[in-house]
Design a protein around this ligand. Structure first.
Ligand code: PLP
Length: 444
């Protein structure tokens, strides 16, 4: 039998699971079976220190029975009901009120999705549909940025700067224009762009793009307040306010993809306020439930919600939109973040991690260690003077750190990235620093 007990988890996995981004030639599997706080345990009993919070989502740490109990209570009472048409339920109403209440005052309503990709796809539909209904159907172009990640759907995949999603899959939706996202480390070392201030460079590019495409043909710009998959890169402080001002002047909507940055990751409920902007649409997921249930949301300003709610209403929905169990889990998660003051953690544990990681900057392999709250990027370089990345990225290095030290960090094309749970202890933060230092300095 294929699942006979004598077969190992690894063998059974290889027979029956197709993983994203895993070639069949790789035999090895890490079979996780349980977790508590920042520690995960695999099927062999080995422990790992999770400095990535899963996929950058587990704000409150693993194994919180309080959330499991909230899910069980909700499932016993009303496991599922829809929020299509005139149906609704108490959990969706309560969570929408709470999310809107935490956002900037122009925010009016929330629309629920099953995750981040569905959220960015929905925000894109909302932006185009908003203009269409206001008599500007030609506003279809979307501005996106280099190093962005907005999801794995056809539209969200094209918005992402992620060639794997656009090559080999036939035609793309189109009407997407990509601008340079500020990456101060790379910008300072790119001879082509000269010494121009990175914000000036990006703003000039944005202005030129608006002029070339025509402002009356552009629906929105989408961006992450801080690039996540792009290497945990925060822009200079004047970047977002100046971008937002230019967009507003041309009637172009600002979609903030806060799938990673919200719910304490950068020290506040949402990052846009910290960045000095009020987005028209905000996409949320991940930390909304700390990953205990798949759920996402799009927050809309009243101005947009009123247009989309008019007439026959907004004509897009998903079976699992506003899943009652997901909404109950989200509220239990937000309760923990509030009660344990986890918005402060980005500062406190962030500072401890900064100290623990500071010695890395002296190493020949490390170009810089950058940090915004609990989003951390370690730029790994083949050549420190020129800032050239390793030819094959940092994926193998992340595997080596995991295998040697048990610390989980994520590899990428240029950087190692860290985004630990907000409940990481000071001792665990120190351990992350030591583990990375030992491997990156070539200690056996
Ligand atoms: N947006 C950002 C910034 C992300 O990092 C991700 C996923 O990592 C997504 C959107 C897509 O979310 P999901 O994987 O839940 O579809």
């Amino acid at each position: 039998l294929p699942n006979a007990p004598h077969r190992t988890w690894e063998e059974r996995d290889r027979s029956h699971l197709l993983h994203p981004f895993l070639p069949d030639s790789q035999q090895r599997r890490v079979v996780m079976v349980e977790g508590e706080g920042c520690v995960l345990r695999d099927a062999t009993g080995r422990e790992y220190l999770d400095a990535t919070a899963g996929m950058w989502l587990c704000q409150v740490g693993h194994g919180r029975t309080e959330i499991a109990e909230a899910a069980a209570r909700q499932m016993s009472r009303l496991e599922y009901s829809t929020a299509f048409w005139d149906f609704t339920h108490d959990r969706a109403i309560s969570l929408a009120e709470r999310l809107v209440g935490l956002a900037h005052p122009a925010t009016g309503r929330a629309f629920f999705t099953s995750g981040g990709s569905e959220g960015t796809e929905t925000a894109l539909r909302m932006a185009r549909n908003f203009h269409h209904r206001r008599g500007a159907p030609d506003r279809t172009w979307v501005l996106t940025r280099t190093r962005a990640y907005h999801g794995a759907g056809y539209a969200s995949g094209e918005l992402s700067d992620f060639p794997a999603y656009t090559s080999g899959f036939g035609p793309q939706p189109g009407h997407v224009h990509r601008l340079t996202a500020p990456y101060p480390y790379a910008h300072a070392r790119s001879g082509a762009d000269g010494p121009e201030d990175v914000t000036e460079f990006c703003l000039r590019e944005l202005e030129e793009a608006i002029h070339r495409i025509g402002p009356h043909r552009i629906a929105a710009l989408i961006g992450e307040p801080v690039l996540a998959l792009g290497g945990m890169v925060a822009p200079p402080t004047d970047y977002w306010p100046r971008v937002a001002e230019l967009l507003r002047a041309h009637g172009i909507l600002l979609i903030m993809d806060e799938v990673v940055t919200a719910f304490g990751r950068t020290g506040s409920w949402y990052s846009a306020g910290q960045m000095g902007v009020q987005p028209d649409l905000t996409v949320l997921s991940k930390g909304l439930t700390s990953g205990y249930f798949p759920l996402g949301a799009v927050l809309l300003t009243r101005r947009i919600a009123d247009v989309l709610g008019a007439g026959d209403g907004f004509p897009v929905g998903h079976t699992y939109s506003a899943h009652p169990t997901g909404c109950a889990v989200a509220e239990a998660n937000l309760d923990i973040i509030e009660r344990e003051h986890l918005l402060d953690a980005a500062g406190a544990i962030g500072a401890r991690l900064a100290t623990a990681l500071a010695p890395l900057e002296a190493l020949p392999l490390v170009g810089e260690v950058r940090q915004h709250g609990l989003m951390i990027g370690v730029e790994v370089v083949a050549d420190k003077a020129l800032g050239r990345p390793l030819p094959h990225g940092t994926y193998a290095l992340a595997d080596l750190i995991r295998d040697r030290t048990g610390v989980l960090v994520r590899g990428g094309p240029r950087s190692l990235t860290l985004a630990p749970p907000l409940v990481m202890t000071p001792e665990q933060a120190d351990h992350v620093g030591t583990a990375l230092f030992d491997v990156l300095s070539g200690h056996p």
